[in-house]
Design a protein around this ligand. Structure first.
Ligand code: PGA
Length: 271
């Protein structure tokens, strides 16, 4: 594996100041990153995943900062063009210097599951598959999020669920596309910033299985695959998580809103 990868998933959790605007608040966070030297370097790459409305603004801001951060969207349309109100084409993302896209985040899966009364796993993975293919064809790098719910974990079907998310979500990928796929394993019960997280050996075991399933899926250079862990990463647990075999980085929600906390994660010191 080359560099480690840390993604900041900027959601609507930051406060909008009275008489202020969310761009202002986001600027404060990103300028806080600059002050704390949160940047991509030889050791790691840092990606900012932001809502669609903020990408243009962020793209402009990033061009004026001394730090280097990659830009990511939190979703993309399965279509390239056409009459699809509210959808975002990957071509538009590219115009804004967006190079990455998150697909299948647990909060998105949850929304679709509610709409399909939980009966549409295959349909939901199929939709992500079309979005993934559309993004890859247009040259975006995809961070595909997978993970089990608390109920699935309690029923002992974690591996089955993740295997299916990979098989259905990454169906029909031709070998050359795999170089632009990153997997983020996010146990859904661990997402929230302050939740219990899996035991180290559980994370290792799932990441090892993911490598096997990705190989089976047709990944031509499995040693190049990055698998991130996500779910309540904080400055206290980063070192242990990052020391685990086949963990190549993290996807961070709550802690990325605080530049000092995020710096401590990104610049963790390995033993
Ligand atoms: P969390 O979120 O770090 O707050 O658990 C993770 C994510 O949104 O992917």
């Amino acid at each position: 594996m080359a560099r480690e990868i840390f993604g900041a998933n900027l959601k609507m959790m930051y406060k909008i100041p009275e008489n202020g605007c969310s761009f202002y608040e986001l600027d404060k966070i990103v300028r806080g990153y600059e002050k704390n030297n949160v940047t991509s370097n030889n050791q790691h790459e840092v990606i900012l995943f932001a809502p669609f409305t903020h990408l243009d603004h962020l793209s402009d801001l990033l061009s004026r900062l001394t730090i280097k951060l990659s830009l990511g969207a939190q979703g993309v349309s399965e279509y390239e063009s056409g009459a699809h109100t509210s959808e975002i084409s990957p071509l538009w993302l590219k115009e804004l210097n967006v190079t990455n896209v998150l697909i299948g985040h647990s909060e998105v899966r949850k929304k679709y599951e509610e709409l399909t009364s939980g009966a549409g796993q295959e349909k939901i993975n199929g939709l992500f598959n079309r979005q993934i293919l559309n993004a890859l064809k247009k040259g975006l790098r995809v961070i595909y999020c997978i993970g089990e719910t608390e109920d699935e974990r309690n029923s002992g079907v974690t591996e089955e669920v993740i295997k299916r998310q990979i098989a259905q979500g990454l169906a029909s990928l031709i070998p050359m596309y795999f170089k632009d796929i990153i997997i983020a394993y996010e146990p859904r019960w661990a997402i929230g910033g302050n939740r219990p997280i899996p035991k180290p050996q559980q994370i290792e075991s799932i990441h090892r299985r993911i490598l096997g399933w990705m190989l089976h899926q047709g990944h031509p250079n499995i040693e190049d695959l990055a698998i991130l862990y996500g779910g309540s990463i904080n400055s206290d647990n980063t070192k242990e998580i990052m020391s685990l075999k086949n963990v190549n980085g993290g996807l961070i929600g709550s802690a990325c809103l605080d530049p000092v906390k995020f710096r401590n994660i990104v610049n963790y010191k390995a033993d």
